[in-house]
Design a protein around this ligand. Structure first.
Ligand SMILES: Cc1cc2nc3c(=O)[nH]c(=O)nc-3n(C[C@H](O)[C@H](O)[C@H](O)COP(=O)(O)O)c2cc1C
Length: 168
């Protein structure tokens, strides 16, 4: 397996905490952490395997740091690159926009030619609508630290075991 680029905001406490747990599931030389707030296009393009941390802010939007990268991202050719996405959301307070950011990011990556892996079942979550829902699954791993923190550990382990097999 080629090295995974793990992109997330080093300044987002909850996402950073989850990203560190995900990184711990891989050997040190299998994964490299990159701060999504300060990365360059070149850094972003320098991997074949990616894990992106994408929480949802502003009632169904991407956080600022990802949103600011979108214009550059839309111009990139990501054909042949493989992405697994994880996101944080709050199903109780935002049931109509639950983890929408993850779905927004997935749509952009797909338009750039990326392969997306790591979908997860909807079971165990309660929400009305989510842009992260594609057919009968979520397009990535969704964690709800506000309402289901005790499920996080097991969700991470299952998901990382699954994506590990699919990265090239
Ligand atoms: C102002 C605000 C808006 C939010 N909007 C949403 C939302 O639309 N959908 C959702 O699922 N979660 C939403 N959340 C919950 C966050 O995604 C959740 O708290 C997440 O853990 C934040 O992670 P971070 O601190 O690493 O950015 C919102 C939180 C805040 C404070």
């Amino acid at each position: 397996m080629k090295k995974i680029g793990l992109f997330y905001s080093f300044n987002s406490n909850k996402t950073r905490h989850i990203a560190e747990k995900i990184a711990a599931e891989f050997a040190v030389n299998e994964i490299e952490k990159v701060n999504a707030e300060t990365m360059t296009d070149q850094e972003f393009l320098s991997f074949d395997n990616y894990i992106l941390g994408v929480p949802t802010w502003f009632d169904g939007e991407l956080p600022n740091y990802w949103d600011e990268f979108v214009p550059a991202l839309e111009d990139l050719d990501l054909a042949g690159k493989t992405f697994a996405l994880f996101g944080l959301g709050d199903q109780k307070n935002y049931p109509e926009n639950f983890s929408d950011g993850l779905g927004i990011m997935a749509d952009i990556l797909e338009k750039c030619g990326a392969d997306i892996i790591g979908e997860t079942p909807l079971e165990g979550y309660s929400f009305e609508s989510s842009a992260a829902q594609k057919n009968n699954s979520f397009i990535g791993l969704i964690l709800d630290q506000e309402n289901q923190p005790r499920l996080t550990e097991e969700r991470i382990k299952k998901w990382t075991n699954n994506v590990r097999l699919k990265f090239k």
